[in-house]
Design a protein around this ligand. Structure first.
Ligand SMILES: [Zn+2]
Length: 633
């Protein structure tokens, strides 16, 4: 079966990618663009930058120490997409493999001398995932042989070693290879890599052991910490090992880590990571919108982790976070033309970025997508994720089908064939039409935000109210029957936990699964000086999407004096003459930055909450101070 993750047990069973066919729609369009544009874009850039040439022995070697992994991620994308260029690129890779299975264009000749930073095992992880993708979409060939030889080399070299790789990734890859081939040594190697981490298994580095999760054994860690992508990939591997070995304690440990990370270390968009210096999670509640790192790869990794936990437990909260992250990180990262990408995904950008065309540094402040990066992990990660996106849409076994993500398409399982018709995420109606009947349960996810959702099926006229979670209907389905889910799509204001200091006094707008933002192209409106009145947003359909309009109120900065005073800041937000604010247009966050350099913010100061709109002052005010007066010293 063709799917990136095929556990041998769990609450839910994946379907093959060919059993979920996406039609034109939000995700179907992006998957098609990825197949037709982004995959070739990535290949062209890696030729241009010499990263593919490294495998042909071209010297000097170019790219960073982990650039081999980018070719492997692209091979994985090509495998899921059925791309015709795969065999030629695989041939180039195969020629660089050494006789004992070793394969790395940077470290050949000085193998495993820097496990902390060398990324050799990390690179194998991506190679093995590409091999598994090829095996499951095509069957054994040159690429799958290269991957198995590399995995066997790793088993021989590291089974009885005490060390591991500074960047997790190989763990989940080895488990998946075990699932694909049944070779126990690959699972055992993965298990040992997970278990030895934190004992510790690596040397000291200046960023500290938590950076690469070597500070604590996985099963004892309370929360995800350190480098966000490393932490999330490791958690994926730990879930895979736990599921295949029946290790309930390990699975529960990762579930608890996920729960605390989501409660305290996750941005509204689903983005993870608050620190630029080490691309890391911050402390609990350290979630500054303008300094959010929220690397695209961390978003991809978070979706991968939530998906694994969903398969293991069947708990809708995992599909909820995957949805949030897919729409507001994965879809945001890639430009509407599929040819440029965000590496970091901040929730506020104060200064428009300078246009750029060539290779960008990866730790860019945000504001403008780049066609390529010096560390270009994100574009290929997007490519392989979109190429296998159908994996996240539905699961099923026997006569049962569970639909997790709503996008137009067809789903086949057992005797049932279903057509999903929906304008989601712009409209909330989801119609599931039975094309070929059968006996079983059709389950639909009601997202946590969807209070007031209704379900209707069979001959019933009125929908019945359904609670968030999964709602299922079991019967003998006949062709032509339908299930209707109606999700309430009114835009809603969202407020942060008060412990998130950087967001206090602000609110954001969401509609369905989408986070919205204000974007300012040029200078208007000046977002830094705007507050909003949290009244019901007005809807403005625009080019097949839905934009929103809220009431904005301009600030009145006193001066450029010392910005701290002995009184709370009472500077009023200014109501224009006539008494009402100005219309502030909000667009879906994932669409921002497609109209040129811009400023942007998701979290908006609330005029009423922090800065009361001033009433005309009564005569003889006892305090003698106006709301706007500040004392500066
Ligand atoms: Zn990345």
């Amino acid at each position: 079966m063709a799917n990136p993750v095929l556990p041998s047990s769990g609450a839910l069973s994946p379907l093959g990618l060919d059993a979920v066919r996406l039609s034109p729609g939000f995700w179907g369009d992006r998957v098609a663009l990825n197949r037709e544009v982004t995959i070739a874009h990535c290949q062209e850039w890696m030729e241009r930058e010499g990263w593919i040439g490294n495998f042909r022995g071209e010297r000097p070697r170019r790219g960073r120490e982990f650039s081999d992994s980018e070719i492997y991620k692209l091979l994985e994308a090509m495998a899921w997409a059925g791309h015709p260029e795969l065999p030629a690129l695989a041939e180039t890779v195969a020629r660089a493999q050494e006789g004992d299975g070793y394969l790395n264009t940077r470290w050949s000749g000085s193998r495993y001398t820097d496990l902390e930073w060398g990324h050799e095992l990390y690179c194998y992880g991506h190679l093995i995932q590409a091999g598994v993708a090829r095996l499951r979409t095509h069957g054994p060939d040159q690429l799958t042989e290269v991957a198995v030889r590399a995995a066997d080399h790793v088993c021989r070299r590291f089974m009885d070693d005490a060390r591991t790789c500074g960047h997790p990734e190989i763990e989940m890859a080895l488990v998946e290879l075990y699932r694909a081939t049944g070779a126990e040594r690959h699972l055992e190697m993965a298990r040992r890599f997970v278990e030895r981490r934190g004992l510790p298994a690596l040397g000291e580095i200046h960023l500290g052991r938590a950076y690469f999760q070597d500070d604590l054994p996985v099963r004892r860690a309370p929360v995800l910490r350190g480098h966000a992508v490393r932490a999330l990939y490791l958690a994926c591997g730990a879930v895979d090992v736990a599921v295949e070995t029946g290790d309930e304690e390990l699975l529960k440990a990762v579930e608890a880590q996920w729960e605390r990370t989501v409660a305290r270390r996750t941005h509204l968009t689903g983005g993870m990571g608050s620190r630029h210096a080490d691309e890391a999670f911050g402390d609990d509640y350290e979630l500054p919108p303008d300094r959010a790192y929220a690397e695209t790869c961390a978003g991809v990794a978070s979706v991968m982790l939530s998906h694994r936990l969903l398969l293991a437990t069947g708990d809708a909260r995992y599909a909820d976070l995957a949805e949030r992250t897919l729409y507001n990180v994965v879809a945001a990262s890639v430009a509407l033309d599929g040819r440029s990408f965000f590496y970091a995904n901040p929730l506020a950008v104060r200064v428009p970025a300078e246009p750029r065309t060539g290779v960008a540094g990866h730790a860019v402040g945000g504001g403008l997508r780049s066609p390529w990066f010096d560390v270009s992990c994100c574009p290929n990660n997007i490519a392989r994720t979109l190429a296998s996106l159908a994996a996240y849409v539905a699961t099923g076994s026997g006569g049962d089908v569970q639909i997790h993500q709503y996008t137009p398409g067809e789903i086949r399982q057992g005797e049932l064939t279903l057509r999903v018709e929906t304008g989601y995420p712009w409209s909330g109606g989801v119609r599931v039409r039975v094309l070929t009947g059968g006996s079983g349960r059709i389950s639909l996810r009601v997202p946590a935000w969807a209070t007031g959702a209704t379900l209707r099926y069979g001959d019933s006229e009125a929908g019945r109210l359904v609670e968030p979670g999964y709602v299922g209907v079991e019967r003998d389905w006949r062709a032509g029957e339908e299930v209707w889910l109606e999700l309430p799509m009114a835009a809603r204001w969202t407020y942060p936990d008060r412990r998130i200091d950087a967001l206090r006094g602000c609110a954001a707008v969401e509609r369905g699964p989408l986070v919205y933002c204000a974007e300012s192209v040029g200078d208007e409106p000046p977002l830094a000086e705007l507050a909003v009145v949290p009244a019901s947003p007005a809807e403005r359909p625009s080019e097949g999407t839905v934009e929103l309009e809220v009431e904005g109120v301009a600030g009145s900065p006193d001066s450029d004096a010392w910005p701290y005073g002995s009184q709370p800041d009472g500077a009023p937000y200014r109501w224009p003459a006539g008494g009402s604010g100005t219309a502030l247009r909000l667009i879906p966050y994932h669409r921002w930055g497609n109209r040129g350099p811009a400023t942007m913010r998701v979290w908006l100061p609330v005029a009423d909450a922090v800065h009361p709109v001033p009433e005309p002052e009564p005569e003889g005010d006892a305090h003698g101070t106006s709301p706007g007066s500040r004392s500066f010293s």
